[in-house]
Design a protein around this ligand. Sequence first.
Ligand SMILES: Nc1ncnc2c1ncn2[C@@H]1O[C@H](COP(=O)(O)OP(=O)(O)OP(=O)(O)O)[C@@H](O)[C@H]1O
Ligand SMILES: [Mg+2]
Length: 353
Amino acid sequence: MAEGKNLVGVDIGSSSIKVCQLKEVRKGHSLAKVAYAPLAPQTVVDGHVMNSGAVVEALSRAFHDHKIKQRDVALSVSGQSVIIRKITVPHMTPQELEEQIQWEAEQHIPFDIKDVHVDYEVLRRRPEAGQMDLLLVAAKKEEINDYANIAREAKLKPLLVDIDAFTVQNSFEAWRGIPQDQIVALINVGASLSSLNVLAGGVSAFTRDIANGGQTITEEIQKQLGAPFEQAELYKTGSNTDDGAVVPKQVVDIVTGACDGIAAEIQRSLDFFLATTGEGELGRIFLTGGSANLPQLVTAIERRSRVPVEVFFPTEKLTVEPRDVDPLLVQARSAQLAVALGLALRKDKEKRA
Ligand SMILES: Nc1ncnc2c1ncn2[C@@H]1O[C@H](COP(=O)(O)OP(=O)(O)OP(=O)(O)O)[C@@H](O)[C@H]1O
Ligand SMILES: [Mg+2]
């Protein structure tokens, strides 16, 4: 395990900000702080911040209200500004790779190489074939800077920026362990994005962000029932409305239909992976993110993929510090915390590429 102090994980999603701070205890980790701050629609759209003032304010308030003193944070970006590719390059030494990587990235990244920050991880060395497999990650500098500046304006010190799909993998690895003998997909369905990460032989073999999530379901309820956003959210989550009215009967059908639409898109990506990589069969899907709370989504993905789907609640093995953390919040929001928790596992002194 890396040396140093755990960073505070800050996940700026399109529906809400999630903040987690972990504390190392004898038996692993305990949740020291958790903050959840909803964001108004259109504040963050498809992983891109539209109203940075509103995010800065919500973030500052979250740290203040929950008495989070530590300012060193880890952030995450996702969506269209991030490209992740598994590529094969000639076998070379780490130094040679360091020199070659910009050129290799240029061949695979559809952005101007000057505008992106390139990172990579060696997945597999195959000297016998004279080749090696890399996971190549390119994120737009502009997007990274936007997020980092928002954190700075909120008086925080951003020490690293990760990618949503990998932070979920980090959480899963910490609390479940990555299966070595089975191909599994980790799928994080949030409000506007769904990130997909297929793991084969214990490493990431395919990742994709799909521009669809729980917000589509809410919008469909709004459209079909003429309901405002908040009411449609309440209908979707099965809560009774503020005025005590019960959820209209049509809601179940609307949610079921919209969930099937999301499942169909996820399946298209899984089919693409299965058809192009020759890695073998998918064994199981782990679903997380706020929309994983919808049983209809679990059923829809299971029906289309024909593999078992299990909801991954990333706080399942965490104890909480009872003085500072509301256990009911943790329970209600658990599936939404995978990214923030994956970030909170990162350390200030760990070696970075
Ligand atoms: N109990 C629940 N039942 C159904 N849907 C839920 C529930 N709780 C949250 N959601 C939905 O989950 C979504 C929010 O999830 P999450 O916090 O993972 O997304 P986000 O990180 O804000 O967005 P994104 O990652 O897409 O930018 C919303 O669409 C919300 O309506
Ligand atoms: Mg999210």
